[in-house]
Design a protein. Sequence first.
Length: 74
Amino acid sequence: MAYRYRCGECGFSTRWTTESEAEDLSVAHYADRHPQLVPGGSVEINRKNPEAVGCLLMIGVALLLLLIIASCQR
């Protein structure tokens, strides 16, 4: 799973990463941009595997292989 924190005060959001790293990035943001406030906001959870290869990439590779095969048969 991957986590992303969103600031409750501005439009900042962390990158998708581990829960502890996303929380550290959020706390660092609040310390830098909103020092007078207690860190807040919301957390998003991506239950998909963030390192998985997407379907679109697989289709692109398949089409590329078909193009190579077709050009070799001439």
